[in-house]
Design a protein. Structure first.
Lengths: 81, 431
């Protein structure tokens, strides 16, 4: 599993992925990171944005840690510059 | 053209060696499974060609997978071979599309052609074991056990082949489902699974449709050029197709030998003289297209893709005028929803909701507002499952609402344009 480094270049971008097999729709992610995750009408999460930057990354990290099923993952979006 | 109990159309020309799968072979009435002796008499032994040469020939031939995705076979072989580890080959004969018959027909008639292909694929990827994966079906399983036994008795120098059987299920023939099952789990899709890296028993695993493997064996025996003589330059070779729906012999399997339009094919093989109301292309997980529009399309992978459809498993389902296409679509959509593996919320609840909406449209109960915003309901489901099943179901329903739009409008006014309520597609009912 890809470990997210603590110190990030503040211009780096990340992506929040949801493993639909592990997700059981507890919805805790949306509670702790409502700026990044929203729940559909059945209680299952979807990431609000494709690309996360800055403070959104901190929110997403909270969501990843809070998920009881470890269904969320944060991955670095490769720099193309 | 002669015809067999299974509804298979083949030529009765004398046995001339031909890389087409079902042509030029002296088949007997009633159909008889080609024994190992018959098979070797016809095409000769496999020979000792090595793995790299096999991949090279398959690459030159330009073979694309015949399971539905159409992925370049040489590339798939190479990615498994690149792991440089003892790997595993699965010959996928599951044929989970209910109306498709091509794979079981091929297995019934020429099992050794398929198994030769599996053996060559095993050489190409360095596999030490082969599994032939089918749905549990008495007649086919006894026949295939006999074929495997024939090879064992002949002491052919090849990896052990095991017959593996699983229960019926629309998604159980998906390549990650197969790996899950062979690893002792349920025949349900996995997420973020890369079979070529790690599959059965943690080994790099090649999952290949049985028709693809048969073509692979023909390419090695006859050479890439003869393979490329048929088909198109983008999708070379022959391919098998099943005709279903309102046709004289639903389940008839034909091999597409020459370039043909859909209309020409249906005229020759299904006695149609006029374009039907609509066609279902690619499977129950495929899409509907307008009959008149599709009549003149070339029947090839790239042509269908260009027109927004997909070859899929080569299924063509005919919806004639006078039949309620909306009713047919509703039954199939309910089947697709019921066949969810049940692992992902958006698929389980989303498809159930969409199937209910389509049913409401068919019973005239739909509120216009729902149809106006149906796209947003589709978007909530698309891409949010572990596998492609919900996406296929969404594409199916989208196509039904477009192709049968007039029917939807008629039902809203309490009418139906159908002149019969006979069902055209045989859709398995929930038990």
């Amino acid at each position: 599993m890809f470990r997210v480094p603590r110190e990030l270049n503040r211009f780096q971008q990340m992506r929040l992925t949801i493993n639909p097999l592990k997700c059981d729709g507890h919805g805790i992610c949306a509670l702790v990171a409502s700026d990044v995750v929203a729940l559909d009408e059945w209680g299952y999460p979807a990431a609000l944005d494709e690309v996360l930057e800055g403070e959104a990354i901190a929110s997403a990290r909270r969501a990843v840690r809070a998920c009881p099923k470890a269904a969320l993952e944060l991955e670095l979006i490769e720099d193309h510059h | 053209m002669s015809e067999f109990a299974s509804g298979l159309q083949v030529t009765e020309e004398p046995a001339q060696l031909d890389p087409a799968l079902l042509l030029g072979v002296r088949l007997h009435r009633p159909y008889r499974t080609e024994s190992l002796a018959d098979h070797l008499r016809l095409v000769g032994p496999l020979g000792g060609i090595g793995g790299e040469a096999i991949i090279s020939l398959v690459g030159e031939a330009g073979l694309l997978g015949r399971g539905g995705a159409g992925f370049p076979t040489a590339r798939k072989l190479a990615s498994v071979a690149a792991q440089r580890a003892a790997s595993f080959v699965v010959a996928n004969g599951a044929e989970s599309e209910p109306a498709s018959r091509k794979d079981r027909t091929l297995l019934q008639l020429r099992p050794h052609l398929v198994l030769d292909g599996a053996v060559l694929a095993a050489r190409a990827v360095g596999a030490e074991a082969i599994a032939l994966y089918i749905h549990d079906e008495d007649a086919l399983s006894s026949l295939l056990q006999r074929a495997i036994q024939e090879r064992r008795a002949s002491r052919l120098d090849e990896p052990p082949i095991t017959l593996s059987m699983t229960e019926q299920g629309f998604v159980s023939g998906e390549s990650t489902s197969i790996v899950s099952f062979l690893n002792g789990g349920p025949a349900k899709p996995l997420f973020n699974q890369r079979n070529s890296r790690s599959g059965v028993g943690g080994r790099p695993t090649l999952v290949q449709n049985v028709e693809t493997l048969a073509h692979l064996a023909q390419i090695v025996r006859f050479g890439p050029n003869r393979f490329r003589h048929r088909g198109t330059s983008l999708s070379p070779g022959t391919f098998l197709s099943t005709l279903t729906g309102a046709v004289p012999h639903p389940g008839r399997v034909v091999e597409i030998i020459e370039r043909t339009t859909i209309g020409e094919l249906l005229e020759a093989s299904a006695d149609l003289s006029q374009p039907p109301q609509a066609l279902l292309l690619g499977g129950y997980g495929g899409v509907f297209v307008n009959g008149k529009d599709a009549w003149d399309w070339e029947y090839s992978r790239e042509s269908l893709h260009h027109h927004g459809a997909s070859l899929g498993c080569g299924l063509i389902g005919v919806v004639p005028h006078g039949v309620c296409g909306l009713a047919e679509a509703t039954r199939i959509m309910r089947y697709l929803a019921d066949q969810s593996a049940g692992q992902c919320g958006p698929c389980v609840y989303g498809l159930d909701g969409l199937a209910t909406i389509l049913n409401d449209a068919a019973t005239g109960r739909i509120r216009p507002r729902i149809l106006r915003y149906i796209e947003s309901r589709f978007e909530v489901v698309e891409g949010r499952g572990a596998c492609a099943h919900p996406d296929a179901a969404v594409a199916f329903m989208r196509s039904a609402l477009v192709v049968f739009a007039d029917e939807v409008a008629a039902h809203r006014s309490g009418r139906c344009t159908a002149r019969t309520d006979k069902e055209v597609f045989d859709v398995p009912r929930a038990t």
